[in-house]
Write a protein that binds this ligand. Structure first.
Ligand SMILES: O=C(O)CCC(=O)C(=O)O
Ligand SMILES: [Fe+2]
Length: 429
């Protein structure tokens, strides 16, 4: 593949080639042809355009000639025009556009908010805050991050630590105490819980307003019948806590995961603000398997989608995200340093901890620890069903128990809690 993609220097006055490469050739060959016609363009841009034109090299080439081409910058996170500008020949929201998606083993890079909304369970707002406000928030959190630590947890009998540092912020001293005594994360209590900072307080209503607007517009334009999803809260999203992550340099990252729903409830919405160095946020849809089928390589079966998160952007992870998709921040080959933060990226995820998901109401396992809420993602038979289970075994040196109980929620996501069951029925997870 690489040999096809290594570009020779050619004349940069591409001629449209009718029908060449429009047949069943592999994508690499089509890309190589397109690349030879448009040597000034990046492979990823060419792939986007090719996919947008359903693999037709001639159509892709013709559209590129009428579109201003953008060169890749310094090797950091790049900037690209909207995919919409490459698909104008199909009309507005054409069926062809719907087919545009990442292929197995490949990554579709999205920069334009309309593309992100169309192809992922997220929406993005660029330039969220007045520039000064964003810079002040960044400076304040860089200062906090000086004392952030990596989180350590147990993974398959190994103790590992997160490849970035983080801190957790709540709204009052009482809440700090409650977090330290009542709440559990990976089976253990948090030790570093902090009082929300002045700049985090200042920004919160702006994030809240923007997220609620995005939720309403998502429901109206994307959900069946223009109605909220089953188990999604009908109430306005009201953030009352914030996890802050610091990625110091291109190698710091966070692996593939879905966010924990234990205290947020089902169909949670999360508002994620990015500051400093721009990094790639990747998402992929979870493909459940049948029964015991272990052959399917589901991890990358639909390919990955990369959403580029510049300084001062808000990514809204909508209600369909945590149950059906996974996300990560990949290590970057290189980054563009930010004038204030240098190599660092700060990320804030504002979260709405729900009163009725407080650990005093939710099931405890036999170890006596409030359970973690999880959702079936791997097996098709119970896909999307919620369950409570013990997570004490995530703590280094602890064993945990086999507690398991299906979780029930009403239409609006309120937990329907029956007493504690005495036996486990661990099936179909
Ligand atoms: O840094 C980010 O953009 C995402 C962080 C994240 O996924 C998390 O904190 O759960
Ligand atoms: Fe996350």
């Amino acid at each position: 593949m690489q040999s096809f993609l290594t570009r020779q220097k050619r004349k940069s006055s591409p001629e449209p080639v009718k029908n060449e490469g429009d047949g069943d050739e592999p994508t690499e060959i089509k890309l190589a042809i397109l690349s030879s016609l448009h040597p000034q363009l990046d492979q990823e841009v060419l792939l986007d355009v090719l996919l947008a034109h359903e693999g037709s090299v001639s159509e892709a080439s013709a559209s590129l000639q009428t579109t201003r081409a953008l060169k890749k910058g310094s090797g950091g996170v790049g900037y690209q025009q909207s995919l919409r500008s490459f698909t104008t020949c199909h009309g507005k929201s054409s069926p062809a556009n719907k087919k545009l998606k990442a292929k197995k083993g490949s990554t579709l890079h999205l920069y334009d908010p309309a593309d992100v909304a169309e192809h992922t369970p997220c929406t993005i707002i660029h330039n969220l805050l007045p520039a000064e406000v964003a810079n002040d928030l960044l400076k304040e959190l860089l200062n906090e991050a000086e004392s952030f630590e990596k989180i350590t947890f147990k993974l398959f009998d190994n103790v590992v630590s997160s490849p970035h540092t983080s801190g957790f912020f709540v709204e009052s001293y009482d809440e700090i105490q409650r977090q330290k005594t009542d709440y559990h994360y990976n089976g253990a209590r948090l030790t570093d819980v902090r009082r929300i900072t002045p700049q985090l307080i200042k920004v919160k209503p702006l994030v809240q307003e923007a997220v609620n607007k995005e939720i309403q517009s998502r429901i109206k334009t994307r959900y069946p019948g223009g109605r909220k999803l089953r188990h999604q809260s009908p109430h306005p999203w009201t953030p009352n806590s914030a996890f802050v992550n610091c990625y110091n340099g291109p190698q710091q990252s966070v692996g593939w995961h879905s966010d924990q729903l234990t205290y947020l409830g089902p169909r949670a919405v999360i508002g994620s603000v990015s500051l400093g160095v721009a990094r790639e946020f990747r998402v992929r849809r979870i493909l459940p398997r049948d029964g015991d089928d272990r052959t399917a390589e589901d991890a990358d079966a639909e390919g990955q989608i990369s959403i580029h998160l510049p300084h001062n952007s808000l990514l809204v992870m909508h209600a369909e995200m945590q149950e059906e998709w996974k996300h990560c921040v990949t290590p970057a080959p290189s980054i563009d340093p930010h004038p204030i933060s240098g190599n660092k990226r700060i990320n804030i995820t504002y979260r709405d901890y729900r009163a009725n998901m407080h650990p005093r109401f939710t099931p405890r396992c036999t170890c006596g620890v409030p359970c973690v809420l999880r959702v079936v993602q791997r097996k098709r038979e119970n896909f999307g069903k919620y369950f409570w289970m013990c997570h004490a075994s995530n703590v280094p040196g602890k064993e945990g128990c086999s507690f398991f109980q299906w979780a029930e929620f009403d239409e609006d996501g309120n937990p329907i809690l029956k007493g504690r069951p005495s036996e486990t029925d661990k099936i179909g997870v």
